[in-house]
Ligand binder design. Structure first.
Ligand code: NAD
Length: 506
């Protein structure tokens, strides 16, 4: 592979990794410069596919947060970005998207090395992240304010203005794509943004900072603070200088963030949290083998480390046995492989803690009496790494932990049902409401069930369909925010009402 050719084979990706790793940027990005954490502390980020350390990364804490918030506020008040005409912000963000595209292989590789997902999947994430920047950039100079319908004595304007300082705290499962879903609309709307990537996947965020600088995002407008949740994350959430927290992560941490907002300045808190999504298969669906393949990939894609994973498979009892057989056939074809192999469908589990957590749920499933149909044992690739193959439990009941709790790993829980009523009740019997799927050929049933599902998103005869035009988010304890689409711009802007009195007498 020459330097300019995109990597195609495992050897190409390995060669690119060997070239990149010695030169990784691992310092925080504050006020337009890469700097060590004020404490000088670092943490190690490790490649879960090999167990080898990748880099020592700056471990920011409250002092760095305070510093970054000060710079973000100063940048906001200076107005170089916040008051820039939307069309000019658009140009800078489109330039950033172009730079991301030019560097997509490198960005994809960083996510793969950091958190273990297959490189083909990371490349898909990059396409999503780039599309998000382009979409939000294109939206921002097409959103109009309003003139309210009042009488002639006033001109009443409803203006949209940026919020100020947005702190974005993101998870590790789609590191750069989740970042893009928050950062692109927040920047497009004119805010100053401080990004805290997950301590398990900080590298692509730091690379993004360098590209944002190159694209021309002004000083202090985009900063990146790597570090832990309980240190720098908590400090941002409690900061009196942060106007909005845009969070993607677990429900447990989401609840804490709401408390921090209440304890500090009532900052806006947008949450995209966990899920335990039901995927309902009715006996009248077409082509069982195809549906089974989708049902398997709905849970095993990205090692099951997906907020909208179809982790609860609800199958009408009339077809249950035949359908599960097909799911098992599909699952057996989705074995984990080297994340740098472009043909791998599944990669490594992000870290030892998550790996142990998934295995403990598998153990619980066995103990609670669910029937293990495939998988269930950890494995390795080339004698290394944290890998868990597709695991399917049948005969799961709603009381079982594997039937209720978010595992965030490649574990599918299969339930049986006899009626539409029962399927809807089972699907809604969850604290979560992020996504739901249903498979049927009956349009009346599809509309009836769709309306009754307590879920932010419903996929009909597909799983995880959507594009930049569609909002992404949940209800109940899956959160209150919406990423993507022009609706996400609403979250990062404030309405200002302006009443201009007009004297009617001359
Ligand atoms: P997590 O909640 O442990 O961490 C998310 C982020 O919050 C990390 O950056 C972490 O450092 C930070 N954090 C942790 N404790 C904090 C604290 N006290 N104060 C401030 N910040 C803190 O989640 P995770 O393990 O990184 O990600 C997995 C979770 O994310 C799953 O529950 C998954 O469903 C959810 N998720 C949701 C969506 C969605 O769109 N709804 C998308 C992806 C992931």
């Amino acid at each position: 592979m020459s330097r300019l050719e995109p990597p195609k084979t495992l050897a190409d990706w390995q060669a690119l990794a060997d070239r990149l790793i010695p030169y990784l940027e691992t310092r925080a990005f504050i006020d337009d410069a890469f700097v060590d954490a004020l404490s000088g502390e670092t943490f190690t980020t490790t490649n879960p596919a090999t167990g080898e350390p990748l880099a020592e990364v700056a471990s920011c804490d409250a002092a760095d947060a305070e510093l970054a918030v000060g710079h973000a506020r100063a940048a906001f008040d200076a107005g170089e970005w916040s008051r820039l005409a939307p069309g000019r912000r658009k140009k800078v963000l489109l330039r950033l998207a172009d730079l991301m595209e030019a560097h997509r292989h490198e960005l994809a590789l960083l996510d793969t090395l950091d958190m273990g997902k297959p490189v083909a999947s990371s490349l898909g994430d990059m396409a999503g992240a780039i599309a998000c920047f382009r979409y939000q950039a294109e939206c921002i100079d097409k959103l109009y304010g309003e003139v309210a319908p009042t009488g002639e004595e006033a001109l009443a304007l409803v203006l949209r203005e940026p919020l100020g300082v947005v702190a974005s705290i993101v998870p590790w499962n789609f590191p750069l794509m989740m970042t893009a879903w928050k950062v692109a609309p927040a920047l497009a709307a004119g805010n100053s943004v401080i990004l805290k990537p997950s301590e398990k996947s900080p590298l692509s965020a730091l690379r993004l900072a360098a590209l944002a600088h190159e694209a021309g995002i002004p000083r202090g407008v985009f900063q990146v603070l790597p570090g832990f949740g309980h240190t720098v994350g908590k400090a941002l959430a409690l900061s009196m200088g942060v106007d909005c927290l845009a969070f993607t992560g677990s429900t447990q941490v989401g609840k804490q963030l709401m408390q921090y907002a209440g304890q500090s300045n009532l900052k806006r808190v947008y949450l995209e949290c966990g899920g335990k999504s039901p995927n309902i298969v009715f006996a009248d669906c077409k082509d069982l083998a195809r549906v089974a393949k989708h049902a398997a990939s709905a849970i095993f894609h990205n090692q099951g480390e997906v907020c909208i994973a179809g982790s609860r498979l609800l199958v009408e009892n009339a077809i249950r046995e035949a359908f599960i057989d097909q799911v098992l056939v599909a699952a057996k074809r989705m074995q984990p492989g080297d994340p740098l192999d472009p043909d791998s469908f599944m990669g490594a589990i992000v870290d030892e803690a998550q790996y142990r957590r998934i295995l403990s749920y598998i153990e619980k499933g066995r103990e609670e009496g669910a029937r293990l149909r495939v998988g269930g044992e950890a494995t390795q690739v080339d004698g290394k790494g944290l890998f868990i193959p597709p695991t399917v439990f049948d005969g799961v009941t709603p009381e079982m932990a594997i039937g209720r709790e978010e595992i965030f790993g490649p574990v599918l829980s299969v339930f049986g049902f006899d009626s539409e009523e029962e399927a809807v009740a089972m699907a809604n019997d969850s604290v979560y409401g992020l996504a739901a799927g249903l498979w049927s050929q009956d349009i009346d049933r599809i509309m009836r069930v769709t309306r009754r599902l307590h879920s932010g998103q419903v996929f009909v005869n597909n799983w995880a369909g959507g594009d930049q035009t569609m909002p992404f988010g949940g209800v109940k304890q899956s959160g209150n925010g919406r990423d993507k689409s022009h609706h996400s711009l609403e979250e990062y802007s404030e309405l200002k009402s302006v009443w201009i009195w007009i004297s009617l007498s001359s």
